[in-house]
Design a protein around this ligand. Structure first.
Ligand code: CTP
Length: 421
């Protein structure tokens, strides 16, 4: 069994400077426990509270636990010589907002900085981690989903809330993640690079630098004779969006694509294939050299058992005999090691059950469940199922936005693997 630093008694957060942002949620009282645990880890902690947060928990409590003055006002009465929001922003190694309301997430996503905490978040170059907590209906509101997706795109990090009983009486997803989970996320963020997370500072532009990402896209074509083939309606848009987004985040990207009318992507190495057999050969060749595989291709499951060299004539009649193509994900399963592998599932019925089965049988880190209407379309509504048992249903959005959400997950996955090793 592999023990974490904390389990071994090592204090990975010792002497790190952390700002704990507290906003106006009933879960604000839990921030006291977070501050206490961070202090136990040897962190220097400064708490910044929004005015609404002070209605839920007193600054005095957090001041006593952190041992430092709590910042609540943009223009404190006892004026300090320095500009408060800038000095705080520069002081921190990491800023964690726990609990984070829909309000603070929305403000930062919209670039609004009208009180101290939002201003510090916008002014800091340190990694920022949001731990949302709110009513389940608010959490599933598509406006919030879009705001989170937008912030993720800029490199802001999130610890997902839990499902369970909520303060408002209902049951649903919206409970603040457990303090231990938030601490693990903080450790992960601060341990990926020795200096803290310099890469994150560039807000999304180089999160994947130094990583090789292999993406497959499009359909395959399985020849029957020199002029006919079996195929499907996949356009390649999802795979191309993934490749483009991975490239933007600094990865070296290899795109193995079946036939597609999409333009090639600048900075992405394109390997064109036609059949499942050819795609399998390329994936097996590139996979060992890559850190991540995103298998977005709609690989044909069957091919004609016999391919004729001359055109089959109408008079001859035709009885199609098919055989299975190689299952590429199954073929590379044993080579996975600590690489990140994501697949896609296209289902017409029992989507979640079938996707879960594929996730397990193909040994994936996550699988993206598509609706058949996604084939060829510009937008998509997907559900992402993780090997950790978590299921995230995204709202209908463009394939580029879906790609961003998936790449956020990949970044998180690599970070977890990096902190585990
Ligand atoms: N896949 C693959 N090799 C194949 C077929 C599919 O690697 N020969 C990959 C796809 O790229 C996708 C995942 O497996 O990431 C699931 O594909 P899907 O077509 O949904 O499922 P199948 O494995 O084909 O299973 P079924 O026919 O039962 O739906």
């Amino acid at each position: 069994m592999c023990l974490s630093d904390r389990e071994r008694g090592v204090k990975p957060l010792n002497a790190r400077k952390i700002i704990v942002g507290v906003t106006g949620s009933i879960a604000a009282y839990k921030s006291a426990e977070l501050v206490r645990k961070l202090k136990q880890q040897g962190c220097e902690v400064t708490v910044v509270m929004t005015p609404a947060a002070t209605e839920f928990i007193t600054p005095l409590t957090l001041e006593t636990l952190s041992g430092r003055p709590v910042a609540t006002e943009f223009f404190p009465a006892a004026r300090r010589p320095e500009v408060l929001h800038i000095s705080l922003a520069q002081w921190a190694d990491l800023l964690v907002v726990a609990p984070a309301t829909a309000n603070v997430i929305g403000k930062v996503a919209a670039g609004i900085a009208d009180e101290l905490l939002a201003t510090v978040i916008m002014a800091t170059e340190a990694p920022v981690l949001f731990a949302p907590a709110m009513n389940a209906a608010m959490y599933s509101n598509p406006i919030l989903t879009a705001n989170i997706s937008r912030l993720r795109q800029y490199g802001y990090q999130f610890v997902e809330p839990e499902a369970g009983e909520l303060a408002c009486g209902g049951i649903g997803t919206g409970r603040l993640a457990p303090i231990e989970t938030i601490l693990e996320a903080i450790e992960g963020l601060l341990s990926c690079s020795p200096q803290g997370t310099e890469k994150l500072i560039q807000r999304g532009s180089s999160e994947l630098s130094g990583k090789k990402v292999l993406v497959t896209a499009g359909r395959t074509e399985e020849d029957l004779d020199p002029v006919r083939f079996l195929t499907n309606r996949s356009s390649g848009k999802m795979g191309y969006a993934l490749a483009s987004e991975a490239e933007k985040r600094g990865a070296e990207v290899i795109l193995v694509s079946g036939p597609s009318s999409l333009p090639s992507l600048p900075g992405v190495r394109l390997i064109s294939v036609r059949s499942a057999e050819q795609m399998s050969r390329e994936v097996k060749q590139w996979f060992p050299r890559c850190d991540v595989l995103l298998m977005a291709a709609a690989v044909s499951d069957f091919r004609p058992r016999n391919k004729t060299t001359s055109k089959i004539k109408k008079q001859e009649g035709l009885l199609l005999e098919l055989e299975k193509t190689p299952d590429i994900l199954l073929e590379i399963k044993s080579l996975k090691g600590d690489k990140g592998v994501g697949g896609f599932a296209l289902e017409t019925e029992d989507g979640l059950t079938n996707a879960r089965r594929k996730l397990k049988s193909k040994g994936l880190d996550f699988i993206v469940l598509n609706a058949p209407t996604a084939l060829g379309a510009d937008a998509n509504q997907v559900t992402v199922l993780g090997a950790d048992g978590k299921t995230e249903r995204l709202s209908q959005m463009s394939k580029l936005e879906v790609a961003r959400g998936i790449l956020d997950r990949v970044v998180g996955l690599l970070r977890t693997k990096c902190s585990d090793s």
